[in-house]
Design a protein around this ligand. Sequence first.
Ligand code: SF4
Length: 456
Amino acid sequence: MELHEKCGVVGVKADGKDVYPDLYHGLYTLQHRGQESAGIAVENGGISVVKGMGLVSEALKNQYLQGDAGIGHVRYSNTGCSSIQNSQPLLIKHSCGSFALAHNGNLVNYHELLSMLEGKGNIFTTTSDTEVIAQLIARENIRCQDFTQAIANAMKYLVGSYSLVILHKKEIYAVRDPNGIRPLAIGKTPDGYIVASESCVFGVLGYEFVRDVKPGEIVCINDGLHSMQALPSEPKHCMFEYVYFARPDSLLDGHKVYTVRRNLGINLGKTSAPKDADMVIAVPDSGINHAIGYAEGSGIRYGEGLIKNRYVGRTFIFPQQDLRERGVRLKLNAIKSQVAGKKIVMVDDSIVRGTTTRKLVKVLRDAGAKEVHARVACPPIRSPCYYGIDMQNAGEFIANGKTVEEIAKEIGADTLEYSSIESLVDAIGIPKENLCMACLTGEYPVKEKQAKLTDL
Ligand code: SF4
C-alpha cells in the first residue's frame, strides 16, 4: 500500500556540540514520513534556517549550520500546497523575539482560526496550518511574556493533531496534542537530548530512549527536561502508525511496531488460512512484517513472490492504458519461478483505493499463480482521515459501501479476508478507548473543547 504520512520532526539540544549532523541524519531516518521537502533551523546568536524541496539528500545538499540547539522537518503536504514557502521549519519574528517551529499533524479548525486571525490583522505568508499555530503562539507570547505559558495558551485554541518541535533561544520545546494522535518521543546521550517523531532515530544516532511526550504535555529542554501538562491527557493514538506508517524498529507509546505487525499477522493467519495454500508472500515492503506473522499463525511457509524496485520514485503517468499498467510492474514484479503453479496467499498491511492490489493480483496470475488469496492486516478503511494522513476522499476507498466478497471480486482475488477491529486492538495492546480508529469506524475522537475563538 502506498500512502503518505504528513511529516516527521526532530529537535536536538547538546551543549557545546554542533547539532546539525544529528538533525540531518535524524531527518534521513524519518524520510518515510515525508519526501516533498526538508529543512533545518539552528540557533547560534539568532536562528538560521536552511530548506529545500525533495528528499533530504537533495533539499539540504551542501548545507551546514553551526549551533548547539536546532530542529528539523521533513514534509509531505497536507494543508497547503507543496512549495518552498510551505516547507518547514517556519521562522517567526515578533516583538518579543523569534522562534522556529516544525509540525506533524493537521488542524481541523485551520480555516476558522485563519479567518479569525486575519480579521485581527495578522498577515500570513504561507497556506499551511503550521503558520496558524506559530502566529497564535507569537500572539500569546506578546500577551504573557512567558514562552511555555504562551504555547499552553495557544493549545487551547487548536483542534486536531499536532506534534510540534519549537526552537526558542537555546531551548527546544516538544509539544503533543491532548489526544497524542501523532507520535513524539525523547532520547538522550551524555551530550544532550533529542526529540523525534519516532524512536528509531535514537538507535541510529546513538541516543538512549527516555520516554514519549505525553498527550497534552509541553516538554522544555534546556539544562534538563522540564514538563508542563498544559491540557488533560486523553490518548487517542493513531492505529495506522502501528499498521503502516511508522518504521518497524520504532517504539510508539510503549509498544513495539514490529511486534504489533507480527501479532496482527499471526492473529489473521490463525483465522483465515485458505485450504491447501502453498506459500505466503508479502507485498513489499510494508506487508513483510504482517506476512511473516501470517505464516507463523497459519503454518503455511513464507517465501518471496514479489520484488520491489527501490529506485523508482513517482512515475510519469502515461496516457496510454498499456503504459499505465506498466507502472505497477516497474515498482513490483512477480518472481515467476516462485509463484507459477502455486496457490498463493498475498499479505498486505492495508487496502485504501485498491488500485495497486488489483494490479498485483493480475501480476501474480500472469506469472502463473494457480490461486491468489488476498489477506489484509488492517480492517476495511471506509472513512476519511482529518488528522494528517493522505486519505480524505472516502468516495475513492474500495471498501466504501461494499461487502468483502464484492471487494474480492473487484480486485480479482480468489478470496479476501481482513483482520477484525478486535484483533487489531489485541495486536496493538492499547485499550480500544485510547486509540483513534476513525477511518475504520467513522467515530472521530477529537472533541471541540478549545477556548472560544472570540477570546483571541
Ligand atoms: S482516522 Fe485513521 S489514519 Fe487518521 S488518525 Fe485516526 S486512525 Fe489514524
